[in-house]
Unconditional design. Sequence first.
Lengths: 235, 251
Amino acid sequence: MNLGLLATVLLGGLAALDAAPVAQTLFSQPLVTATLLGWVWGEWKVALETGVVLQILAASTLPVGARTPEDYASGGVVGIGVALALASQQPFQMAREASVLIGVLVGLLTAVGGVRLLKWQRRSHESLSRWCEAEIRRGDESALARAHRAAILLAFAVGMAYCAVCLAVGLWAGSGLVAHESLRLSRAWAMARPLWLGLGLAQLLSAFIQRRLSRAAVFGFALIGAWLVLMVGMP
Amino acid sequence: MMERPLRNATLLRMGLRASLLQATWNYERQQGLGWAFALAPAIERLYADPAERRDRLAEHTAYFNTQPTLASLALGAVAGLEERRAAGGGVDHEAVARVKVILGSSLAAIGDRLFWFTLRPFSACLGVLVALGGSWLGAPLMWVCYNLFHIGLRLFGVGWGFRAGPTVLNPQVRRRFNRLVGSLAVAGAALVGVVVAVLLVPGGQPATLVFQALLAAGLSLGLIAAQRARPSPTEWALGTGLLCVIATWFR
């Protein structure tokens, strides 16, 4: 279990790097981190259940312009890590569902809380940028590479530290709840899961359709067609 | 034909460095520092005089912002301009700055629609559809689907921008990008339909009525929420999640 937690925190640092400072390859998206953590913890079902809900909600969060989006890189890793750590202590299906609910809630809270940290990093880069220009004008061309190294190190360290703190708080708050209130939390999961999936899918649908009737019709036809195929089987 | 000073290896180094375009993003100059860092291999090759090289680098740390993947096209175009400037081809600082501003905003307009509004949600839907079946292949599929465009354009976009110059975003290229966005959006709408159907009939058996009703309620709430910027989808999700917990507590 300790190895799993350690790997989760390390993945938090790597996800924080991919989210904005390095490459932006979607490695930091909840579905990818869920797959990796499911493999590390040896528990695919819990990891994918948490990851799918967080992924659908993350996909509707847009980093456009100067807007600081919710930090789903950390939120995904922490949420899935909390769900996996809590579920690993519970043998019953009901308690595992409760763990997934707590995982998603902690993941969402982590994503919202991460916005302040991201803004703080962006503000701290302002002085880094001024320092860098002054150094270049003074004749030190290596300042550009040094500034980038510093920014990447800062993002990695902040990502890891934030994940470690949120993971610890989430586990501390969640373990008692899952152990004593798993029945209620399991019922809440049965209610919240379809609501979350619907909420996220509607945001994606709205982004695709862009108020065009023809695209809404494509959605309708695909829904009915797939529903018929699943219910009746392929012709 | 005279050989151009900037070679493919330099352009590839710029493409690789473009991955760090956002590393020092800040509210003052946004991607300015990352832009200078990505352009540095070209500047180093073009300007032998250290003082001139420093001036060019310092100039490029000024404000710049665009969609990070398509920034490669602007990098290539500006590298081409710097090449002409270094050769005394009548290009001055103002001309370079103007091209940066124009390309930056045009690429942002197309890139935001292509990557953030279409390709990323489409890849996520594809991954989720596979993951809903319990397969771990959803994540690799999502990653590959997105990065075929993302990494491809980031690495080879510099060469494209370099060869095409400041007119890299000509009407024909715009049309192609717009067609790609349109096709992906239609495919995305169909994909969301299939995901909803899979949720309604998991494994060939219809889901419970409560599940179906709650999914429909979530979709309706989401479509209403999408009309307003605030509260954000995450805040809506937090609110509904907490409401479900409270509802089961007092039931």
